[in-house]
Design a protein around this ligand. Structure first.
Ligand code: SF4
Length: 55
């Protein structure tokens, strides 16, 4: 089985404010239900590996 993967930035919230950071955007987080819907879509698309990252 081929490895199908995504990197999912689940939040941009962070309390560190590093000067070099380009992902500190303060975008509102999705709800649990919205994240669950995305997860199910990824699974149905055949995604086999997810790397979650965030602030
Ligand atoms: S996400 Fe990482 S790099 Fe960006 S401000 Fe937070 S700790 Fe720093």
């Amino acid at each position: 089985m081929e490895r199908e993967e995504v990197c999912w930035l689940i939040t941009t919230k962070c309390n560190q404010k590093c000067k070099y950071c380009h992902s500190f955007l303060n975008i509102a987080d999705l709800t649990y239900e919205e994240n669950k819907e995305i997860l199910m879509k990824l699974i149905n698309m055949g995604i086999t590996h997810i790397t979650w990252s965030g602030g």
